[in-house]
Design a protein around this ligand. Structure first.
Ligand code: ATP
Ligand code: MG
Length: 563
């Protein structure tokens, strides 16, 4: 293996491209495209396709990748989506430069080619209704039947098609079909519809058209017009490849790209069909396409995923022809690994419990030195204020602890990170509820920095913040959106939405320095996880934090417990 091979492990598509280059196919050009339909926001499955298409272009000299909006379904499409898609592709780290295209730019050319197919006797106008057409099409085991209109004269076809375009007919009255083979074992080849009447306003062409080309017909021609060499798509198009090739073989297009299919990304504990994501948004199950629980690129970004993590994930899962479901933990590990290297450690207390250190002077504040990263001195350090009253995590105290609880309990001693050992002397309880409202502790001044001069050891180290100095902030704990691995498997998929997928904590406390944190800045809250400043809701001086991911895979633990 060469160095480059190690960086970019081969997948079968890369292998095809390299082989083509060796043979000087396409005059040594590599030109791919990413062709989203602007009918929703991009999700992590699209990220796989983006990384693959832009990645293959980037790793070959002179390779190019286009961004093309596949905008042939006017009713479902919107400029909101085109803009969001462009922002997401850029955020992921890819650039189409001056190669931004729209299938709708080819409507005139596509129409001319359709006229040509008619003239060549390879397309006809059909008046069968949708139900009849389905009936005539046959099944996997039964060949189709020819429509009575199949042998309409070329003149009549040309006339009707022109009048379809002119808006003379209602929707559904006529369609244009390719004349291929009603007995083909491949149903896609049984005279597929290539144009239908749709009296819909298009977000780019306005009301200019009332007939729109079908995806299969549009896609291959768009690829050819742009000089695409490798048209990479997902496996469900494998059966459409003969049609892709048929269209291009009939027409005087500039080139004939090669369609190559790969398995789409499926991820557990989420859904990825745009229709379902749309439902989640429209029915208010999430706050929007950018809700941090959504598998959308914009949602992941808001949650704190990084472009490097998403790219790394797409590289790790590889590209194959086998349909598999990838475990969410693979994605979570990618972001953990990236953030582990790059983020500063700071202290935050999510559910504060007040601790008074009885023997610490009332009006004293110490500024304790705390490095931002245990193994990266180049990341520097900051001073954290320490004083008589601090907050620790409610979880870090138990009145009657089980055996291996190394945190705080009555009489026990623990280390406060970067500070001192403290011992719990007393608990204050709410008279009515019995809830613990405060701990009274003592500290050992000789343990500054976290070690005892007499060599005595403590097992637990707790994070904390000084009560008087802390910044109170909102922290949102996000978890997986669904409780079950494959929510898609039932019609009642929405009933398995995880009711615990977001918890909003309003009383969290963080180090005072975090008042200066900027939107989208990432931190590790020690012992808790990776968090990111929300890019929408934060106001200057009072950031809101989203939990990107916990430090360890808590779901794996749950799974093991269940076993
Ligand atoms: P959906 O079925 O959710 O509506 P789609 O495939 O229709 O998605 P497009 O906008 O047409 O969405 O997709 C653009 C490109 O992204 C296509 O080339 C498609 O094959 C690819 N793509 C879509 N979903 C995935 C996925 N889960 N994994 C990999 N590639 C995907
Ligand atoms: Mg599609």
């Amino acid at each position: 293996m060469t160095e480059v091979d190690k960086l970019t492990p081969p997948n079968f598509i890369r292998a095809i491209v390299r082989d083509d280059l060796k043979k000087n196919k396409n005059n040594g050009r590599v030109h791919t495209r990413f062709p989203p339909e602007p009918n929703g926001y991009l999700h992590v499955g699209h990220a796989k396709s983006i990384c693959l298409n832009f990645g293959i272009a980037a790793e070959n000299d002179g390779g190019l990748c286009n961004l093309r909006f596949d905008d042939t379904n006017p009713e479902k499409e919107d400029v909101e989506y085109t803009e969001a898609i462009m922002e997401d592709v850029h955020w992921l780290g890819f650039d189409w430069e001056d190669r931004l295209y729209y299938a709708s730019d080819y409507f005139e050319q596509l129409y001319d080619y359709a006229v040509r197919l008619i003239k060549d006797g390879k397309a006809y106008v059909d008046s069968l209704g949708a139900d009849e057409m389905r009936e005539y099409r046959g099944t996997l085991t039964k060949p189709g039947r020819e429509s009575p209109d199949r042998n309409r004269s070329i003149e009549d076809n040309l006339d009707l098609f022109a009048r379809m375009r002119a808006g003379e007919f209602d929707e559904g009255r006529y369609v244009l079909r390719a004349k291929i083979d009603m007995a083909s074992p491949n149903i896609n080849m049984r005279d597929p519809v290539i144009y239908r009447i749709k009296k819909a306003h298009h977000h780019r062409t306005g009301d200019k058209w009332c007939i729109y080309p079908m995806y299969d017909y549009t896609h291959c021609i768009s690829d050819a017009l742009e000089g695409i060499t490798h048209s990479i798509c997902t496996l469900e198009f494998e059966d459409h490849r003969p049609l892709y090739d048929w269209c291009l073989d009939q027409l005087p297009v500039p080139c004939h790209p090669q369609q190559i299919e790969f398995a789409r990304l499926n991820l557990n504990y989420t859904v990825m069909s745009k229709r379902k994501l749309n439902e989640l948004v429209n029915e208010g199950h999430v706050s929007g396409w950018d809700d941090p629980r959504m598998p959308t690129i914009t949602g992941m970004r808001r949650r704190g995923y990084t472009p490097a993590a998403v790219q790394d994930f797409c590289e790790r899962i590889g590209v194959t022809k086998n349909d598999t479901v990838i475990d969410m933990s693979v994605l979570e590990n990618s972001v953990r690994e990236d953030l582990d290297k790059t983020t500063r450690r700071v202290m935050a207390v999510l559910r504060p419990l007040r601790v008074v250190i009885n023997n610490y002077p009332e009006n004293k504040t110490e500024e304790l030195d705390a490095p931002y990263h245990p193994n990266r001195p180049e990341m520097g350090s900051r001073k954290v204020p320490f004083s008589r009253v601090i907050y620790i995590e409610q979880d870090d105290f138990m009145e009657s602890p089980p055996k291996k609880f190394f945190r705080l309990s009555p009489g026990a001693e623990v280390r406060l990170r970067y500070a001192y050992f403290i011992r719990c002397e007393e608990m204050i309880k709410d008279k009515k509820t019995g809830a613990i409202t405060e701990l009274r502790c003592t500290y050992d001044p000789r343990t500054k920095g976290g070690n005892a001069p007499d060599g005595r050891k403590v097992k637990g180290t707790l994070h904390w913040v000084s009560a008087n100095h802390a910044l109170q902030t909102e922290v949102r704990l996000y978890d997986r959106l669904f409780r079950v691995p494959v929510p898609d498997s039932t019609a009642e998929w929405k009933s398995s939405i995880n009711p615990e997928s977001v918890k909003i904590l309003k009383d969290a406390c963080v180090e005072p320095d975090l008042a200066r944190a900027q939107p989208e800045e990432h931190f590790q809250f020690e012992r808790l996880g990776y968090f990111c400043v929300d890019r929408k809701d934060a106001v200057t001086g009072r950031p809101v934090f989203n939990r990107t991911v916990t430090l360890r895979d808590s779901w794996a633990k749950e799974g093991n417990k269940a076993k």
